[in-house]
Design a protein around this ligand. Structure first.
Ligand SMILES: Cc1cc2nc3c(=O)[nH]c(=O)nc-3n(C[C@H](O)[C@H](O)[C@H](O)COP(=O)(O)O)c2cc1C
Ligand code: SF4
Length: 435
C-alpha cells in the first residue's frame, strides 16, 4: 500500500519508476509457468477474497496440457458490507493489481483475464481500464508479451450490483450474460468454469500479493504474518500482509496494511483512533457480515486465518472490521444483518430463500418490541440448518446469513432476552451496511 495516495501512482510511468513490472519481466525471462506456480505455492499465499484457499494449490487443479483456452476471472465484486480494500487498490494502484493478474495468467497459462468489477465502482473501473490500455500500449498485454511466446487479453466486465455476483460460480454465470445463480459443485471452476472451460477465480488483493511474491521472493513473504502451527498439520499458516478495513463506531475509520495476525483491539485502539465519543465497544463484525460477531471480551483475537474460528466465527473473511459501541442495540444489528441477506439471497435454494426471510421477519418483530423468548431458539435453529456446511444449499451465502444470527443470539443472549422481556423498541442505529 506504500504507493497509495501518491498523486501519480496510478500511471504506468510512475509505477515503472517505482520498480513496477520488474517481477513480470523476471518471471517471463527466467521462470517457467510451473516455477511461478511453485513459487506462489511455496509462499503459502492464501486467497484474500474470503475463504482463504491456498492460491498456488488452486492453480494446480487446472487440467494439465489442456488443449483449449484457460480463463482467469478476477473477482472485484467486493459486495461484503464494510469491505473496500479491492476498491482502494484498483483506484490507487491499478498497475500493481494488473501485474499480479498478468503473472497469474502466465503461471496458469490463461489466455484471457476477465476482471469482474462491481457496478458501483466507477472510479475503480476507470482507473483499471486506463491501466489496461496503457499496458496494451507498452506490450504488457496482447500478443508476444515482452517479446515472448506469451499472449494475454484482458477485459473489464461491470457487474450489475448484487452480492451473489461475488460467489465464484455466480460471477461466472453473470459473466456469461445470465442471472448470477451459483452452480452446484463439482465440477469446480478449475475443471469447468467460464464458458465451460477450465477457470481460476482469484480476488484482486490476492493478485496484488502475487506481484510481490515474485518480485521480492518467498522468504520475504513468509517473514510477514503468522507461521503455520507445527502441532497442527491442517494449519496452512497466515503469511503476508493484509489490507484491513476499519469502520463503524471508531474515531478514524479507514484502510490499513498490516502483517496478518493483528488483534481487533490493536486495530481499534492503535489504527482506528479508539471507539468514538469516549464510549466503550460492545462488539464487532470481524470480517464482513458473513463471518459472525465478536464481543468486546474477544477483541484480543488475532485476525489471521485461524484466529476468528477460535471464538466461533466462520473465518477471517474479508478482514473488514466494523465496531459497534456500547449504546448500540443488538436487536438493530441483528435486523440490519438479516435485512441484507434476505435481500441478497438469489432464491434458488428453499432453505436459503425461506430461511433468510424467516430470520428477517423474526428480527423485525423483535426490534419492534414484539419478540418472544422462543424466537431466539428459532433463530438459532434456522441459522444452524441453512448453508452449504449443513448440506442444504448450493452456495455459502446461506452459511454467511446464518452465522451472524446464531452468534448474535449465543453471544448477546442476555441483552436480547431482557430486550424481549421489556418489550422496548430499539433505538435508531446508524446504518452499518454502508461502504
Ligand atoms: C455469497 C458469496 C459472496 C462472495 N463475494 C466475494 C467477493 O465479493 N469477492 C471475492 O473475491 N470473493 C467473494 N466470494 C468468494 C469467492 O467465491 C471465491 O472464493 C474467491 O473469489 C476466490 O478468490 P481467492 O482465492 O483469491 O480468495 C464470495 C463467496 C460467497 C459465498
Ligand atoms: S444458498 Fe442462497 S444465494 Fe446461494 S444459491 Fe442457494 S439460494 Fe442462492
Amino acid at each position: 500500500m506504500r504507493r497509495i495516495l501518491k498523486s501519480a501512482s496510478p500511471s504506468l510511468d510512475a509505477y515503472r519508476a517505482d520498480g513496477g513490472y520488474q517481477a513480470l519481466q523476471k518471471a517471463v525471462a527466467e521462470m517457467t509457468p510451473a516455477q511461478v506456480t511453485q513459487t506462489v505455492k511455496d509462499s503459502g499465499l492464501r486467497g484474500r477474497g474470503g475463504a482463504g484457499f491456498p492460491t498456488g494449490l488452486k492453480w494446480t487443479f487446472l487440467p494439465k496440457d489442456h488443449p483449449g483456452p484457460i480463463y482467469m476471472c478476477i473477482n472485484a465484486d467486493e459486495s461484503e458490507p464494510c469491505t473496500f480494500n479491492n476498491r482502494i487498490l484498483m483506484e490507487q494502484d491499478p498497475h500493481q493489481v494488473l501485474e499480479g493478474i498478468i503473472l497469474s495468467c502466465y503461471a496458469t497459462r490463461a489466455s484471457i483475464a476477465y476482471i469482474y468489477v462491481r457496478y458501483e465502482y466507477g472510479p475503480a473501473t476507470r482507473a483499471l481500464q486506463k491501466a489496461i490500455d496503457e499496458a496494451y500500449g507498452a506490450g504488457l498485454l496482447g500478443r508476444n508479451i515482452l517479446g515472448k511466446d506469451f499472449h494475454l487479453e484482458a477485459y473489464l466486465h461491470r457487474g450489475a450490483g448484487a452480492y451473489i455476483c461475488g460467489e465464484e460460480t455466480g460471477l461466472i454465470e453473470s459473466l456469461e450474460g445470465k442471472r448470477a445463480w451459483p452452480r452446484i459443485k463439482p465440477p469446480f471452476p478449475a475443471v469447468e468454469g467460464a464458458f465451460r472451460k477450465p477457470t481460476v477465480v482469484n480476488n484482486i488483493e490476492t493478485a496484488a500479493c502475487v506481484t510481490h511474491i515474485i518480485g521480492k521472493g518467498v522468504e520475504w513473504f513468509k517473514s510477514i504474518g503468522v507461521p503455520a502451527d507445527p502441532k497442527n498439520p491442517r494449519d496452512a499458516g497466515s503469511y503476508g500482509p493484509k489490507l484491513y478495513c476499519i469502520s463503524g463506531h471508531v474515531n478514524k475509520p479507514g484502510l490499513v496494511e498490516l502483517p496478518l495476525g493483528v488483534t481487533v483491539r490493536d486495530l481499534v485502539d492503535k489504527h482506528g483512533g479508539g471507539v468514538w465519543k469516549g464510549r466503550k465497544a460492545k462488539g464487532c463484525i470481524p470480517g464482513g457480515f458473513s463471518m459472525g460477531l465478536m464481543t468486546e471480551a474477544e477483541f484480543d483475537t488475532a485476525l489471521d486465518f485461524a484466529g476468528p474460528g477460535k471464538v466461533g466465527c466462520l473465518g477471517l473473511g474479508t478482514a473488514a472490521v466494523t465496531i459497534f459501541d456500547e449504546e448500540t442495540s443488538i436487536a438493530e444489528v441483528l435486523y440490519n444483518i438479516c435485512r441484507f441477506f434476505e435481500h441478497e439471497s438469489c432464491g434458488q435454494c428453499t432453505p436459503c430463500r425461506e430461511g433468510t426471510g424467516w430470520m428477517l421477519k423474526i428480527a423485525d418483530r423483535l426490534r419492534r418490541g414484539q419478540g418472544r423468548l422462543e424466537d431466539l431458539q428459532i433463530l438459532e435453529e434456522v441459522g444452524d440448518k441453512i448453508g452449504i456446511m449443513p448440506g442444504t444449499t448450493i452456495c455459502g451465502l446461506a452459511d454467511g446469513a446464518g452465522w451472524p444470527v446464531k452468534q448474535a443470539v449465543r453471544k448477546f443472549r442476555k441483552e436480547l432476552e431482557s430486550y424481549i422481556r421489556s418489550g422496548q423498541k430499539a433505538k435508531a442505529l446508524p446504518v452499518l451496511t454502508g461502504h
